[in-house]
Each structure stands twice: as structure tokens, then as C-alpha cells.
Ligand binder design. Structure first.
Ligand code: HGY
Ligand code: MN
Ligand code: MN
Length: 429
């Protein structure tokens, strides 16, 4: 095995860079982010790339083209994790392309484009109320207002970036859209991301890899419900303004609406209850909602229905509800041409290409703003569980997915290079 065993071992090393061992949690701009970044930069450099942190703490490696003034293909995924995470979400999409470059470099091969691998600093949005921070900066979608957002301990993103050794004010230099000031690096002509499926489809079909057709769009809301605290023993049931029972009814509405409308998923992942005493009627409840669909209109209808029903529930229960959207990203279609090239690479490995949508969000979802975008999924075990320490994949599947990715890189021809003129330049380096 050329790649698979090493990749899993590297993922094990990275899993040790955690903020709450023995669980795995690695958030944006943490000490552990710096440690993981240093390790990945070392792997990139060993593979023959130039590599380092960019001003926002993304880990960026570059394997120069074999021809001058070449365009750029970008690939990569996120280095950060959710709380109590698995060890392959994101990281596989950084380690696998590094293994590809290491093999190209070993064979002294160059491509007709520069290959950039990015370990995005934040995709999960755990530390700050913003997500896809690195990839959105590269897609020209960074909101400078995020720099004033604070984490749970009151540290602003700006401060955290600068304490990390970055430069928050240089956020606009990361824009890689064609013609952006930073296009000196070369025009980005494609973005591809390898990622574990985080679901059971490939496992059930007995396939190691699959081609992603589209990435679901998502809307995330923060909901505050304000009632009136009171004595648990003396306030009659009919006279209460109980923020928690109102919130509970709202949460169940999210579940029932998304269950009854195919193509939607809805999740309430965080809830806080104050004052949080066993003998006090809850006064302040805050919770989050995550609604997704591959159909943007379905998702928009769901948000409208949720807001309407919450207003009705709040009125009936004499509480005040406020909802605010803190994240929204439309569904991202994957480029048909790139999908076909991944299918070709999969076919070349004797595997039937399986096309499937991604219910999970990924850094790739913002890159259609930059260039044609596509994803390669790799099977995960344990019924596809993810965002959980039982997340797993095999070295054999890591091997196949990396070999497929390398086949893609070696056969991809940048658009402005015709098949005859663009050629792999095998030269001593
Ligand atoms: O939430 C997601 O889908 C991704 O894992 N951030
Ligand atoms: Mn994730
Ligand atoms: Mn991910």
C-alpha cells in the first residue's frame, strides 16, 4: 500500500492535537490549530511543496507547475473539527492530496498547472459565530464584521488571528476569484475536495469512492425565547410564561416540519436554559437551528414556516421569540465536466462511478464563486457515522481514493491548455 496506511497514521498524529483529550476538538486559531498546521506544513514540504500559514491561519501548500505562467488547481479541506469529533472529517481532504504530490515529486513529475493544497482554518464554525471562514475569504465572501465577533471567552476574531501570528487586516488578500488582486498566484481554474461521505450510501453500495453531484445548502438560526422566571412551587400552571416549554414546542415543530417535507433536514444542536435552577421556571432559552436541502426554495419555505409557527407559539404562551440567521449558504452544484473526470478516474480503477449528493456542507460549497468545483467522496464505516469519535475509514479505501485523486490530477487539463499543447513535463528537478 502506497498511501493508505500512512494517511491513517498521519490522521492519528493530528488527532493528538486536541483541546480536550481524550476527545478530539480542534478549533480555529487555537494552540492545537497551530500544532496541526505545523505538522501539515512539514508533510507538504517533505512532499516537495512550498508551504506556510496565510494571514488568516489557513495552511497553504503549493506544487509548482512544469510550465511557466500556469493556472492553478486548488484542493483541500478543513483542519478544524466539531466538538468530540472523528479524525477524518476534513483532514482526509488535506492528507490525500499531499500524498498525491509526494508521489508526483518522487517521480519528478510536474503538471500543466500549479497545485495548491489548503488546510482551511475554520469550516465548522465552533469557536466563532461564523463558518467556512478560510474558504469564504478565498471566494471573496469574507464578511469583515466577523473580525469583531467574539468567542465564548470574549476574544475577538481579529485578536485571535493576530495572536495566532496572522494579520486580520489582510483578509481581502486571500480572494482568489479571477482578476482579484491576488491572482498573481495564477488563475484558479478548478477546486476539488476529497472528503469522507459522512453517511452510509457508499458503504451500503459496497463502493470505496463516489462522485458528488451537489452540496446541500444550509441556513443556521439562533433563537432566543424570553418568558418570566417564577417560583416552581407557587406559580399556577395556567399562569406561567415558561420559556423552555415554549422552546420545546418550537423544537418539535422543526422536527415535524422537516420530517413531513421530503428533501429537508432540520437539527437543533445547541440549547441553553436560564436561570437553570431546578425550582425556577425558565425565563431565557437560546437554541440553534440548522436547516438543509439541496433545493434552495424548499429551505427558504422551511425558514418562513418556522418563523410563522414560532410567532404563533410565542403568542399562545405569552413569551417573546426572536430568530436571527447567522449563516446561510445556497446549494452548490458540482461541475459536470469535473464530475466526468472523477468518474473516468474511478472507472480506471475498475470501480463503477456512483453519483450522490452531499447532505453535509463543505469548503467546496463556496468555491463555485471562484472556479468549477467538484468533490470526491470516500466510504466511511460504522454506518457512515461522523461528527462522532466512532467515525472510521479503512486504509484500503484511503488508498483507492488517493489513487483516484492522483489519476484525476495527472489527467486534468486546464481549460486554456488544449490537449495537444498541454503536456505533463517530466523533467529532473
Ligand atoms: O455541518 C456540516 O455539514 C459540516 O460538517 N461543517
Ligand atoms: Mn464536519
Ligand atoms: Mn468536513
Amino acid at each position: 500500500m502506497k498511501y493508505g496506511t500512512d494517511i491513517l497514521k498521519q490522521a492519528d498524529v493530528l488527532a493528538a492535537f486536541t483541546e480536550d483529550a481524550p476527545q478530539l476538538t480542534r478549533t480555529y486559531l487555537s494552540k492545537e490549530h497551530k500544532q496541526a498546521g505545523a505538522y501539515l506544513i512539514g508533510l507538504m514540504r517533505d512532499a516537495g511543496m512550498t508551504a506556510g500559514f496565510d494571514p488568516l491561519g489557513n495552511i497553504v501548500g503549493r506544487y509548482e507547475a512544469g510550465v511557466p505562467f500556469a493556472p492553478v488547481v486548488m484542493t483541500g479541506s478543513h483542519q478544524d473539527s466539531v466538538r468530540n469529533a472523528g479524525r477524518y472529517d476534513g483532514l482526509f481532504g488535506i492528507l490525500s492530496p499531499i500524498a498525491c504530490v509526494k508521489e508526483l515529486n518522487r517521480q519528478h513529475k510536474r503538471l500543466p498547472y500549479a497545485l495548491e493544497i489548503v488546510g482551511f482554518g475554520d469550516e465548522e464554525g465552533v469557536r466563532f459565530p461564523a463558518t467556512l471562514i478560510g474558504s469564504k475569504a478565498m471566494a471573496g465572501l469574507f464578511d469583515p464584521a466577523w473580525l469583531d465577533k467574539t468567542d465564548a471567552s470574549g476574544v475577538t476574531m481579529r485578536q485571535a488571528i493576530n495572536d495566532f501570528g496572522g494579520d486580520a487586516e489582510k483578509w481581502c488578500e486571500l480572494d482568489r476569484r479571477n482578476g482579484a488582486p491576488n491572482s498573481a498566484h495564477g488563475e484558479v481554474v478548478a477546486f476539488v475536495e476529497s472528503h469522507i461521505e459522512q453517511g452510509p450510501v457508499l458503504l451500503n453500495d459496497g463502493l470505496a469512492v463516489g462522485v458528488v453531484t451537489a452540496i446541500a445548502g444550509a441556513t443556521r438560526l439562533r433563537v432566543t425565547v424570553t418568558g418570566l422566571a417564577g417560583h416552581a412551587g407557587t406559580v399556577p400552571m395556567g399562569a406561567r410564561q415558561d420559556a423552555l416549554t415554549a422552546a420545546a414546542e418550537m423544537v418539535l415543530f422543526v422536527e415535524s416540519y422537516c420530517t413531513q417535507n421530503a428533501g429537508l433536514v432540520g437539527t437543533v444542536g445547541i440549547m441553553s436554559v436560564k436561570p437553570g435552577a431546578v425550582n425556577v421556571i425558565p425565563q431565557d432559552v437560546e437554541f440553534t437551528i440548522d436547516v438543509r436541502s439541496s433545493e434552495d426554495s424548499l429551505r427558504a419555505d422551511a425558514i418562513n414556516a418556522i418563523n410563522a409557527e414560532f410567532t404563533v407559539i410565542a403568542k399562545r404562551r405569552n413569551v417573546v421569540v426572536v430568530t436571527n440567521v447567522f449563516f446561510s449558504s445556497n446549494a452548490a452544484p458540482c461541475d459536470a465536466g469535473l464530475q466526468a473526470q472523477f468518474a473516468q478516474a474511478i472507472n480506471a480503477h475498475g470501480i463503477t462511478p456512483r453519483y450522490l449528493p452531499s447532505g453535509a456542507g463543505h469548503d467546496a460549497m463556496v468555491f463555485p464563486a471562484v472556479a468549477p468545483t467538484a468533490m470526491l467522496f470516500v466510504r466511511c464505516g460504522n454506518n457512515g457515522i461522523s461528527h462522532h469519535p466512532d467515525e472510521t475509514m479503512t486504509a484500503e479505501d484511503a488508498e483507492v481514493a488517493t489513487s483516484v485523486l492522483l489519476h484525476f490530477f495527472e489527467n486534468y487539463q486546464p481549460p486554456q491548455f488544449s490537449a495537444s499543447s498541454a503536456q505533463r513535463v517530466d523533467r529532473q528537478i
